[in-house]
Structures are given as C-alpha cells and as structure tokens.
Design a protein around this ligand. Structure first.
Ligand SMILES: N[C@@H](CCC(=O)N[C@@H](CS)C(=O)NCC(=O)O)C(=O)O
Length: 216
C-alpha cells in the first residue's frame, strides 16, 4: 500500500489531499515537526529528513507537487492531472510549480525568521520583506482566476492542490485578510471541497492518535 509520511499542515498535505481526491488507499504516517529532530527514523525513508516522503512500491518521492501529479496520472485517470493533449497542459504545469516555487518558498522564510528561530536569531525585516514578496506574487493568481472557478480545464486539478496548499499556509500565517478578492473566494471554494475536508479529517484522526499538535 502507498505510504505517506506527513506532518500536520506541512507541504505533505498536498499529496494527502491528492490521495483523498483520487480515492486511493494509503497509510498515513504522521510525524511531529520537524521530523529531522523529533522523528529521526524519517532518515531511513528520506535522506533529507523532510516531508513529504511518499512510497509506492519501488517509487520513492520527496517533492510534494510532483507527488500530486504522480497520484493524478497513475490513480485518477487524468481527472486530477491535465494531460499533454489537453488545452491547459502548459498552464497546469505552470501552476503546479508556481504553488511551490513561487508561493510557498517566500512563506518558509516568514516561518523561519518570524516563528521557528529562537528569539535572538529572529529577523523581523526578512519576515516583513517576504510577506510583501508573497502578497505581490498573489497578483498573478488573482489575474489567473479572472473568469475561472478553477485554474485549469474548468475542473479541480492538481494545480489547485498545489496553489491551494500555499493559501492554507498563508492562512495559518494570518495573511488571509490580505488576499485579493478572487483569491479569497477561491480559497473559500477549495476549503469547501470534500477532498480537502477528508484530508483534514484524516490528518486530525492520526494526529489525535499520535498525540501530535499543530505545526504552525
Ligand atoms: N520542495 C519540497 C520541500 C520539502 C520540505 O522542505 N518540507 C518541509 C515541511 S513543509 C520540511 O520537511 N521541513 C523540515 C525541515 O526542514 O527540517 C516539497 O515541495 O515537498
């Protein structure tokens, strides 16, 4: 069975959401954050010590957006992935990567320098600068959502999961009130999806069982 190593609301939420959307069986292994320090067995499955770690037979993957596309192509019969023959193929790839490379990266600097580092190493200026960076990049998303409910092919796809996770993280960083109008409505739509809610419920169930609290 597929195994997913995950921390509450971390990037591994992307593959968890994709697995729920695809309706595939999987084992969820919930770890305290950061696993590199608090669950060192993670190094046995991922030499980086990071999550996600995703195992499907001989396949091992550690990039959240790539796993979303893998699950889509292998287990969701092209519903979650946009195929090369479809109109929005390029747009799909772009937003799949935009979610991680452009929208999540600046938030990791906010997290690190405003929350995770000990008080003497915090850098309020860095956190402020990357908050502004992130919000500026949301303008691209606001434009992309003009006249569209979902990012590609008029259906919910892995691109929405990738970008949607970045919005989840931003919400937990109290940036929700600064979302532009269409982005805010899109984030509400994403949270209303049964796949989003079942992914949240699956992580909450495992977190309770393992006695693990919120990450952020
Ligand atoms: N680009 C990778 C990043 C993976 C990553 O850095 N994961 C974070 C969690 S959101 C992590 O494991 N951090 C713990 C650490 O760095 O010790 C992805 O999209 O999956």
């Amino acid at each position: 069975m597929i195994q997913l190593y995950h921390c509450v609301d971390a990037r591994s939420f992307r593959p968890l959401w994709a697995l729920e959307a695809a309706g595939v069986d999987y084992e969820l292994i919930l770890l305290p954050f950061p696993p590199r320090v608090r669950a060192k067995d993670i190094f046995k499955v991922n030499p980086l010590g990071t999550i996600p770690a995703f195992i499907d037979g001989d396949t091992r993957m550690t990039e959240s957006a790539a796993i979303v596309d893998y699950v889509g192509q292998r287990y969701a019969e092209g519903r979650l992935s946009v195929l090369a023959k479809e109109t929005d193929f390029g747009r799909y790839l772009n937003f799949l990567h935009f979610g991680e490379a452009t929208l999540t990266f600046p938030q990791t600097l906010i997290l690190r320098y405003a929350r995770f580092e000990p008080a003497e190493r915090r850098q309020p200026q860095v956190a402020d600068d990357y908050r502004a960076w992130f919000l500026a990049r949301l303008k691209g998303l606001e434009t992309a959502l003009d006249g569209r409910e979902w990012l590609c092919e008029d259906r919910f796809t892995g691109a929405d999961i990738s970008v949607g996770y970045a919005l989840l993280l931003a919400d937990s960083l109290n940036l929700r009130d600064a979302f532009p109008e269409r982005v805010a409505a899109y984030w509400d739509r994403l949270q209303g999806l049964s796949s989003f809610q079942s992914a949240k419920a699956a992580q909450a169930k495992e977190a309770r069982a393992a006695g693990i609290g919120a990450t952020f």
